[in-house]
Design a protein around this ligand. Structure first.
Ligand SMILES: [Zn+2]
Length: 332
């Protein structure tokens, strides 16, 4: 069985020789990140029973008790990306303080690959009043998901804990930064299991749900941010089914607008796409004719199966308009 021979992250390609898994006399279940959309890619809740080296000294293969396996990147390798150095402080939820104008209009971000996995932070339908947007005159920059106090809350992706403390209205909060630069926020927790600087894998229980801070009942307030700007987490995750919508996510700057949200904009984007298709079809159906010596509107109309009136409408002319030789007129 050949494992991925080369993989990509942070835009750099690393060649890794296939690990000789065929030398292991057990049946291995291979995670299949190629399937979309993604359910949890964390293969096992069983304890690891063995670790295999790969040619890349920073990448290991972990074998679990139920014979599933996954890759593991060592922290010193993760640190190389630099994303955990810049704007790194546990003081504020937003250490970036960037101006929107300075940012490009979109980014293409890998959410998962064969080394970095996904787990739904908490699977349940988002409260209808807990969506991303304005709420009672305040910016609600995340989604609220129902839970019972003490329910486990999971790290969504692999990453490093940037903030873990009681922070005002958020109550007990954990912020994890991921290698693609996205940060995930987990608020109102009753208990925090991780400290600043901890490396976490997708699916690690980073805390327990609760109702600390400004909260009227137990729920998870979950945010996704990039460069400090929040966007609707539903762009990434279908919380009801627990699936990740994409492996590669095109984050648009307009999603940072508090009035932009997944349900609204997704419909708009579908509508725009349909309009574009209609326009393209109309354009494709357009037909032009170049006027030659001796042509009359009547003859052009007959030759193209249309009428003089229709030709006039399409071209903004009248039946009396002089037809200049060489002029292109639209006939359909
Ligand atoms: Zn909330």
């Amino acid at each position: 069985m050949a494992c991925a021979a080369a993989m990509l992250w942070s835009g750099i390609s690393y060649a890794i020789n296939p690990v000789r898994l065929d030398t292991i006399k057990t049946h291995l279940v291979v995670p299949r990140p190629a399937l979309e959309p993604l359910k949890s890619l964390v293969t096992s809740s069983d304890a690891p029973i063995d670790t295999l080296d790969t040619v890349n000294e920073h990448v290991k293969v972990i074998i679990y008790g139920d014979n599933t396996w996954q890759y593991y990147k060592t922290p010193d390798f993760k640190k190389l990306s630099g994303v955990y150095d810049n704007y790194w402080t546990n003081e504020h939820p937003n250490p970036y303080k960037m101006s929107l104008d300075s940012l490009p209009s979109s980014w293409s971000l890998w959410l998962v690959d064969s080394l970095d996995q996904y787990h739904c932070p908490l699977q349940a339908e988002v409260y209808s009043r807990g969506k991303f947007g304005m709420r009672r005159g305040r910016r609600h920059q995340g989604v609220d998901i129902p839970l019972k106090t003490g329910d486990p809350v999971y790290a969504t992706f692999t990453g490093r804990v940037r903030l873990s403390k009681y922070y005002g209205a958020y109550g007990n909060m954990v912020v994890i930064r991921h290698e693609n630069g996205i940060e995930t926020f987990y608020a109102h927790l009753s208990k925090r299991n991780v400290e600043v600087g901890d490396w976490v894998n997708a699916g690690d229980v980073i805390g327990l749900g609760g109702s600390t801070g400004r909260s009227t009942g137990p729920h998870l307030h979950f945010e996704t941010r990039y460069n400090g700007f929040a966007f609707d987490p539903q762009w990434l995750i279908d919380f009801k089914s627990g699936t990740l919508r994409h492996r590669l996510f095109v984050l648009k700057k307009k999603y940072f607008n508090i009035y932009s949200n997944y349900e609204q904009d997704f419909e708009d984007e579908i509508k725009n796409e349909e309009d574009d298709k209609k326009e393209e079809a109309e354009k494709a159906a357009m037909k032009y004719y170049t006027i030659k010596s001796g042509d009359t509107l009547g003859r052009i109309a007959i030759n193209n199966g249309t009428t003089v009136n229709a030709l006039c409408r399409l071209n903004g002319i009248t039946p009396k308009t002089t037809l200049k030789i060489g002029r292109r007129i639209r006939v359909k």
